[in-house]
Design a protein around this ligand. Structure first.
Ligand code: ATR
Length: 286
């Protein structure tokens, strides 16, 4: 990497940002595309968020990502919010253009791209979503927008799945949305796709699973948005049953690629080799 006076800085803001894989993904893409850019992480305090944006403006930073806990909080400081980010209720990508900060969300689209790349279509599918936090919100809304026939939301705190179900029905009247307690999962065996959006199974609790996979037929596609470990126990159990699986690393890489498409214009052809990225991220994660 040849850093010079003309190198453009892109970055991630959040708290904590330790162990984020975004710098490795973005710097890899910059390198193989010969882009004179560098990507860094900044741990930002809540009270400083507004000032950080002013500083970015002064420094001429053209784009950045936002992570936990600022994906919602950042919205009030932006000049414009794109339609998809408004639908998903959160921003993970910001572009600075013509004196304005514009907010986008690539989380939902990144997840959907992982499904499509694996040959799985969402239209008219019955989908079981586990969890009702930020990740679940972005993914469920995007699945509804992508034409799912039915979404069933299961969460430990039923009030949260109820609220999310209400939000989805409000935006997409023609989709059937149900919600229930996570403990009632065994009533929902007949689904095309199941997505774990809870943090159950995430490092260091890698022996845990959100639900028992054996209730589904082996035609059900099993997805997990956790990427540490790369293959959760939930996915390993599904694989043992010969079910098709999709891990969180695919979504993570896809949301980063989509962020770059926003920063460098949607039509820009960005070369990447997902397997190569996964190969070296493997060492950072395991
Ligand atoms: P994210 O933004 O990654 O979605 P989050 O908003 O903190 O993170 O959501 C975490 C999800 O995992 C929630 O659905 C949470 O359930 P609650 O809403 O009941 O808190 C779920 N979760 C985390 N630990 C859990 C556990 N031990 N059992 C059941 N659900 C759990």
């Amino acid at each position: 990497m040849n850093i010079n006076w003309n190198t453009q800085l892109y970055c991630l803001i959040g708290n904590p940002i330790e162990k984020s894989l975004s710098p490795e993904i973005h710097n890899y893409i910059f390198n193989i595309n010969n882009m004179n850019c560098i990507y860094m992480c900044f741990n930002v305090e809540d009270n400083d968020l507004h000032q950080v944006l002013d500083t970015f403006k002064i420094l001429g930073i053209k784009g950045f990502n936002v992570t936990i806990p600022y994906k919602i909080h950042i919205m009030k400081y932006l000049d414009e919010i794109d339609e998809e980010a408004r639908l998903l209720g959160a921003v993970n990508t910001v572009k600075y253009l013509d004196g304005k900060f514009i907010g986008y969300n690539t989380d939902g689209a990144g997840f959907v791209k992982s499904l499509i790349d694996s040959g799985i279509h969402i239209k008219d599918k019955k989908i079981l979503v586990l969890g009702a936090g930020g990740g679940s919100h972005a993914i469920s809304m995007k699945l509804a927008q992508s034409g799912a026939k039915q979404i069933i939301l299961l969460n430990r705190t039923i009030e949260k799945s109820k609220k999310l179900a209400y939000n989805i029905s409000n935006k997409f009247g023609d989709i059937s949305v149900e919600y229930d307690d996570l403990k009632s999962f065994s009533q929902y065996t007949d689904v095309d796709i199941v997505v774990n959006c809870t943090s159950i199974g995430m490092y260091p609790d890698t022996d845990e699973v959100p639900i028992d996979i054996s209730i589904f037929s082996n035609k059900t596609v099993v997805c997990d948005i956790i990427y540490k470990p790369i293959k959760t126990k939930f996915l390993k159990n599904a694989e043992k049953k010969n079910m098709k699986i999709i891990g969180g690393m695919d979504m993570l890489i896809n949301q980063a690629i989509l962020s770059q498409k926003i920063w460098f214009s949607v039509d820009k052809n960005i070369a990447i080799n997902i397997d190569e990225i996964k190969g070296f991220l493997h060492y950072s994660v395991e």
